[in-house]
Design a protein around this ligand. Sequence first.
Ligand SMILES: Cc1cc2nc3c(=O)[nH]c(=O)nc-3n(C[C@H](O)[C@H](O)[C@H](O)COP(=O)(O)OP(=O)(O)OC[C@H]3O[C@@H](n4cnc5c(N)ncnc54)[C@H](O)[C@@H]3O)c2cc1C
Length: 388
Amino acid sequence: MTAHVLLESDEQQTLRRAVGDLARRYGPAYFRAKARAGQPVDELWAEAGKLGYLGVNLPAEYGGGGAGVTELSIVLEELGAAGCPLLMLIVSPAICGTVIARFGTEEQKRQWLPGLADGSRRMAFGITEPDAGSNSHRISTVARRDGDDWLLSGRKVFISGIDHADAVLFVGRTEDARTGRLKPALFVVPRDTPGFEYTPIPMELTAPEKQFQVFLDDVRLPAEALVGDEDAGLLQLFAGLNPERIMTAAFTLGIARHALDTAVEYAKTRTVWDRPIGAHQGIAHPLAQCAVEVELARLMMRKAALLYDAGDDVAAGEAANMAKYAAGEASCRAVDQAVHTLGGNGLTQEYGLAALITATRVGRIAPVSREMILNYVAQHTLGLPRSY
Ligand SMILES: Cc1cc2nc3c(=O)[nH]c(=O)nc-3n(C[C@H](O)[C@H](O)[C@H](O)COP(=O)(O)OP(=O)(O)OC[C@H]3O[C@@H](n4cnc5c(N)ncnc54)[C@H](O)[C@@H]3O)c2cc1C
């Protein structure tokens, strides 16, 4: 899958190659060993940070690369294609970095962006709640004023990577907006703040990141913990959601490319009759079909990133949803076909493909499920009545 100069600049292609070179030095064996041990991939994270890859989208004046989500999605896709998909790239620089860069106070930008950019600091993101799930208008984490401080209380689930993050960007709602439509407010909560507790959720995922449930019990936060403006919360939240969808597409598409590459190499050499299994159309055609679908999803991801980086949040919203959907579907099919191509070896730890089944499955569920994207497209793109 070559990058054409009309779709990617020289700089973008150079970035793609350089990230691929770095990730291949670590490779799938390194990544799998860390994931199986439940350990973070700190060496790769630190090196990618030092080389400027993790903060490529963040403003140059705060230590970032001054480029866009296009470049950050290139970074994540190439890491995944080399067998090292770093989920926290979706969260730390893409969601939290974007929200702080676009809406944070000067002090918040200075405090967080240089560290998020060089990878020395990480921030997790918490919106999902046990009783709200896909319906984020129902979130009930509440922020109350107490003098100049805020007191934050509530519960969150499936929050990725808290144990390796310095802080979490939590989405709550202010007390006067307890009912009705969501009036979100975003707070940076350092991990060691009293009243903030988190426990891992046992997941059937083989990944360096864990998911946590969170209890926030009257967590006292200074006024400066609120990101930007109390009344601009919804705008701020949406600013982070488009990069999140684009990056989730990059995450799953990188994994899909890695799985397809593994399957193709295997099919070229594995011979059980008189020719390699890849010569059988029953093996070759499904792989070719997956390659087409993955490429189409990549193109949609490119469109979404282009629109987002050009500042068209509305058009980017539709494209980012479509790209996330297309990537989730294409990736699940590609990984499934890759596993099948390897026969029994598709399920061995040596090849590591089976773990990718659940990894790509994440792209169908999070950050917004397949059905919620279809609801969005039905309503906003097609103009059909709202169904829920
Ligand atoms: C590995 C992983 C990492 C995650 N990391 C984070 C994170 O870092 N931070 C964070 O905040 N969240 C995170 N999440 C949570 C994720 O965003 C949610 O799981 C997702 O939004 C779906 O919510 P839910 O699990 O409550 O499912 P539910 O909302 O309960 O939905 C269950 C099913 O019902 C369907 N459904 C619901 N409503 C409708 C409807 N109106 N029409 C049709 N179908 C519907 C859904 O599509 C889905 O298939 C993570 C999840 C996973 C699996």
